[in-house]
Design a protein around this ligand. Structure first.
Ligand code: ADP
Ligand code: MG
Length: 546
């Protein structure tokens, strides 16, 4: 399968200054094509706060930097559109926004609600994808969406219809399952089919509404939760058994702000510690991935890194947007965001074309192929093929085999043509002849009972009956001999009786008992009694029955 090896592309977007915000000092430089660099100058008064980092100017490289005035359509075109194109081609894609709360993650991923032109990456991507699907009539596409929220290490289905009626905590939790191939599956996360842009937008709206219901001023869920909107696409060419399945994750991460502490002299110190623990684990994963020769990547430490495992160093085309609020007060957080972005830019992903074969469609296809080949064969040989050989053909083969076996010429050959059924039959028949040499000695082929050759079971039955017949002949002989002996004994006894009358009563009794003994089993069909009777005549009851 096709594979694309690529590092994660990292972009930066600077949020417009608020009315009462003091501008920080930074500059965007595009000298170093194709990369741009962002230079941030830390004001003197703030720089004192950085205990371990006395530097004042920081420089970071990005794929591209979108400054304050950059519009949503431009951002979509350069960041999300190329990923959407890959997803349409069958690759997995991820676009994730990372930055402190208020830096513009949600604005970038979902958009602003006030103006239509403020639509963010999700609605624009949906619009683009459905537009492309409509244009492409060469394939059959199926599209589903899912919307997952991860809050406090718990996953929730934002598209669950029960959302409105129940509280977040009461909904069934989405759980992560790993299959034997280490693929992640999400249990209880619904995949809603969306056949057009409007249906997909309605689902996005439903999810965003559900997200807001859970949020209270006390519980700023949006800054502490991760939201993953996923577009699932499967495509197939008509008549083909190959299906392509791809996923596009559009991710709005929790705020990346760190724990702020007041240091010596009242300065703010920013610790390298996230408010959101799962972002700490995300950083651990990214550090591990950037290290060479590191075999264990701690994806399992958090739900978010588990769900996004493929997006980070796996089978996915991944793009990150670092959202920056470059006003004076947020300079330190922005520097943290940029540092994180530089590490992410080192991660190499390997996106594979996700193709699989539908076995049911494969069977249909193969059956058709067999029929086509049969038709072709019939056309070439001019003979109609049935799966069974005809009676006539079998008799012909029997003749051929007989002639072949009787032929003493060592160069003689058995030629039945290129018909596999005939060749197979010859082997079967020869085997039969070899396993029953006595019957074949007597008569190689019983022309008078051809059923034997058309019906294997009947043939075997016939062999058994022949054996039985032979046994019965033997039994009759034994019986005749016994009768002769008994008759002789009786005559001898009669002779003795005439000679001595004294012992006659005893002898007469013994003779009658003897006869009774033998008569009762003879008239009975019980196999057991027949065995008890005598080993030499144990088949007698059968004989009598017949
Ligand atoms: P986050 O999701 O990172 O916490 P938001 O996207 O909610 O931040 O942005 C905070 C505020 O700033 C919102 O009111 C949003 O509309 C506004 N905002 C963010 N980025 C931009 C932008 N590029 N242009 C205009 N307004 C923006
Ligand atoms: Mg937000």
């Amino acid at each position: 399968a096709a594979m694309v090896k690529e590092t994660i592309r990292v972009y930066a977007r600077v949020k417009p200054l608020g009315r009462r915000q003091q501008a920080g000092s930074y500059s965007v430089d595009v000298e170093e094509e194709p990369l741009s660099s962002l230079e941030i100058t830390v004001p003197r008064d703030l720089a004192d706060g950085f205990v371990n980092n006395k530097r004042e100017i920081y420089k970071f490289k990005f794929q591209k930097i979108f400054d304050q005035e950059a519009k949503q359509d431009v951002v979509f075109d350069s960041i999300a559109k190329p990923v959407a194109e890959c997803v349409l081609a069958g690759y997995n894609g991820t676009v994730f926004a990372y930055g402190q709360t208020g830096s513009g993650k949600t604005f970038t991923i979902t958009g602003g609600a006030e103006r239509y032109s403020d639509r963010g990456i999700i609605p624009r991507t949906l619009s683009y994808i459905f537009d492309q699907l409509q244009k492409d009539s060469s394939k059959v596409y199926t599209t589903h969406v899912s919307y997952l929220e991860i809050y406090n290490e718990c996953c929730y289905d934002l598209l669950d219809p029960r959302h409105e009626a129940s509280r977040l905590e009461d909904l069934p939790k989405v759980t992560i399952m790993e299959d034997s191939d280490q693929n992640i599956h999400l249990k209880n996360l619904s995949l809603q089919q969306a056949t057009n842009e409007e249906e997909a937008l309605n689902l996005l709206f439903l999810g965003d509404t559900n997200r807001m219901i859970a949020e209270t001023p006390m519980n700023q869920a949006s800054s502490r939760s991760h939201c993953i909107f996923t577009i699932h696409i499967s495509s197939k060419e008509p008549g083909s058994a190959t299906i392509r399945r791809s996923k596009l994750h559009l991710v709005d991460l929790a705020g990346s702000e760190r724990v702020a502490k007041t240091g010596v002299g009242g300065h703010l110190l920013t610790e390298a510690k996230y408010i959101n623990l799962s972002l700490h684990y995300l950083e651990q994963v990214i550090i591990a991935l950037a290290e060479k020769n590191r075999s264990h990547i701690p994806y399992r430490n958090s739900m978010m890194t588990s769900v996004l495992r493929d997006s980070l160093g796996g089978n996915c085309m991944t793009t990150m947007i670092a959202t920056l609020a470059l006003d004076k007060r947020n300079i330190d957080e922005s520097i943290s965001t940029c540092r994180f972005a530089q590490r992410v830019a080192l991660i190499k992903n390997e996106a594979i074309l996700n193709e699989e074969i539908d076995p049911r469609l494969m069977i249909v296809q193969l059956k058709k192929e067999i029929q086509d080949l049969k038709d072709e064969l019939e056309l070439l040989t001019g003979k109609q093929r049935t799966s069974e050989l005809s009676q006539e053909e079998l008799l012909q083969l029997n003749d051929l085999i007989e002639t072949f076996l009787k032929d003493n010429d060592p160069d003689s050959s058995l030629d039945v043509g290129a018909d596999m059924r005939k060749i197979k039959y010859c082997f079967v028949h020869m085997k039969r002849l070899m396993n029953h040499p006595t019957t074949s000695d007597k008569k190689l082929l019983s022309q008078d009972i051809p059923e034997e050759y058309t019906n294997k079971e009947a043939g075997e039955e016939l062999e058994k009956l022949k054996e039985l017949l032979q046994q019965r002949d033997n039994e009759i002989n034994i019986l005749v001999n016994m009768l002769k002996k008994e008759k002789k004994k009786a005559q001898d006894a009669l002779f003795q009786l005439n000679a001595t009358s004294a012992g006659s009563a005893v002898l007469e009794r013994s003779l009658s008992i003897n006869l009774e003994d033998r008569q009762s089993p003879l008239s009975c069909f019980s196999l057991k009694e027949a065995k008890d009777f005598s080993s030499s005549v144990h088949r007698l009851p059968f004989l009598f029955r017949q």
